[in-house]
Design a protein around this ligand. Structure first.
Ligand SMILES: NC(=O)c1ccc[n+]([C@@H]2O[C@H](COP(=O)([O-])OP(=O)(O)OC[C@H]3O[C@@H](n4cnc5c(N)ncnc54)[C@H](O)[C@@H]3O)[C@@H](O)[C@H]2O)c1
Length: 258
């Protein structure tokens, strides 16, 4: 752990990726943090000021792990974090049920922050969509459209799934209706179905739109990240938050309540 006078040492998993490089770039000018090391299985010549390892074997000490990698690579970071009792932010998306279970298990022995989107704006979108879903009756069809850059590897986005899940919970709570999600519509849409549509191309950082399509009117709630800094700031806030928390799995709700 750190004292008030020392910087929080971050270990980056997925260090050569776009998000980790954006974090390292921001941290250069932020005296609260320093990058202790990176881990990435893809070796790349780098001029960065911290060492990058191919695995967690032999990495130096750190105060918190920040994981922006791939769903399978999260497991190595989790195992390291549990073995060394280091809190971890899992910001990677696209985990399957077994991988999510691994994250939940880790939360029994260390503080874990798990969020498919660490931008505060997107979190507000999710909350507003839940309020709208509870307010509007089921004559409004609900569709989610998410747009990301051409090299995003998972679809639909973890954020679109999180928005859909929170709308389902809002519908269940407000009117007892059981909403389900479907990726694209191959057939005519059914009642109580939320369609999720993924658009991939160009350099779009991340856009999510929730459409409530009624008879004679449409309501759209949307968020677009203009650059990665919104995720970087959220990730650094979540990393610092974890250092003050007991074991457990935390999310954006907890960060905002704090
Ligand atoms: N939670 C959020 O707010 C948020 C925001 C942006 C991106 N993301 C997610 O973060 C993840 C990374 O995004 P990105 O744009 O940086 O992707 P990226 O493809 O640029 O980076 C991923 C990095 O992980 C590395 N990697 C692969 N296998 C590894 C292993 N076994 N060990 C260590 N590193 C390994 C890759 O070599 C690559 O450098 C994605 O899942 C993305 O959806 C989440």
């Amino acid at each position: 752990m750190t004292t008030n006078t020392t910087k929080i040492r971050i270990g980056l998993n997925g260090a050569n990726g776009r998000m980790c490089r954006a974090i390292a770039h921001t941290v250069k000018c932020d005296n609260r943090f320093q990058i202790a090391f990176g881990v990435d299985n893809k070796s790349e010549p780098t001029d960065c000021a911290y060492p990058i390892f191919k695995s967690f074997q032999d990495v130096p000490l750190c105060d918190v792990i920040v994981d922006f990698s791939t769903p399978s690579a999260t497991a190595y970071a989790l195992d390291y974090a549990v073995a060394h009792q280091v809190p971890i932010l899992v910001a990677t998306t696209g985990h399957d049920e077994a991988q999510k279970q691994h994250i939940a298990e880790a939360g029994k022995s260390i503080p874990v922050f798990f969020a498919s989107n660490v931008s505060f704006g997107t979190f507000l979108l999710l909350k507003l969509a839940s309020v709208a879903a509870a307010f509007l009756d089921d004559t409004y069809d609900i569709e989610i459209v998410e747009t990301h850059h051409r090299i995003k590897s998972d679809a639909p986005s973890g954020t679109a799934l999180a928005i859909a899940s929170s709308i389902c919970a809002a519908k269940e709570q407000s009117c007892g209706a059981n909403y389900t999600t479907v990726c694209g519509h191959a057939l005519r849409r059914e009642e109580h179905q939320i369609g999720i549509h993924s658009v991939r191309g160009g350099t779009v950082v991340g856009k999510h739109e929730v459409l409530f399509l009624g008879d004679d009117e449409r309501i759209t709630i949307a968020h677009e990240a203009e650059n990665k800094s919104v995720f970087v700031h959220g990730a650094l806030k979540a990393a610092a938050f974890l250092l003050t928390k007991p074991n457990g799995v935390y999310g954006m709700d907890d960060l905002l309540k704090d």
